[in-house]
Design a protein. Sequence first.
Length: 364
Amino acid sequence: MQALQVSLTSYRMPLLIPALAGGSTSGTVLVERGKVRRDFKLRDGHLVAASSNAPWEHLSQVLSDLRILDTPRAAEAFAASEEKEAPLGLYLLEKGLVDRPRLLEALEHKAREALFDCYTWDSGDLWFQPGEVEPRGLELRLKLMALHRDGEARLREWKAFREVLPSPDTTFRVERQHLRFGGTQEERAILDAAEMGATVQDLLGMSREGPMFVARRVLHLYHRGALVPWKQAGALSQVAAVEAQLRRARELLLKGDCDRAAEIALRVLDQTPTPEAHEVFREAEAHAAKKLSKRVAELEGRLNFLPIAQPPPPELTSDDLYLHAKLRGAPSLAEALRQSAMGELAAARSLFRLMDCGAVTAAA
């Protein structure tokens, strides 16, 4: 592929990455929007390095966010590596402050989240410069097509979020009684902010993990009825059809098919925040949680975390890999799943996918 310079208004990342994923293309993709500038180094259909000038994407910050290294030690290591003019990752390995598998997890998380954020950009500039690349520091090897698949999935998540909450200026009424066990620390922080009049845009900027992780929590709180938008886009349409969907969802609940019942309730909630749909979703979630809680309880204190094969198995998503990193340093499995941004049930299913592919094992 030849050198390229385009505007993201007309040529966005989801178009470029598949074109670079095959063959032996090597080079650097540079994207810039406002003050944020990122570059991604590619070799033979793989992402081998990523860098950014955004402070929240610095490796020391990512290590702190993933609880791999506490903030004071991360800052101290950064200062020391700067003084020695050495890449921070290599300095951490040399001093034994972080082991190689955990450092790779942090670097891969950093690279993925930066790339996925660029997938949402519809303005700014993009350059591609072909040529051999030599990463400064630890080299990654992430398949571009797998990254593209996850990037497209993120775009679908954002589309679903915007369909439910299209206006960034939407504010909420808080109904805490619908929150299980009082909610996680992150959920309580969202509700506290919403009670103070925070808008959707305000809430999305609350977490260092990134806006998608907050968006998932906001959407989960909405589905449970704990966050109720003050303004709605329109009145309920096709009332009879909605009532029929809810009847079907209740029938599925009686048969024990919690997942399909929850899916129907979510489809209704995409149209309107009807209390009946919230109730069905909460009931389906409770039944599913009961089924999974016993399995999770039996695993408490028994899990062993192994390095994930490179490249990662295709059945694992970027969120599975992120959960793997979070669980390794968590003192309690149940609490870590409960506080996951993807929601407790989704996190539990993610854990079992990790176990199925051998990245997590349970001691006898």
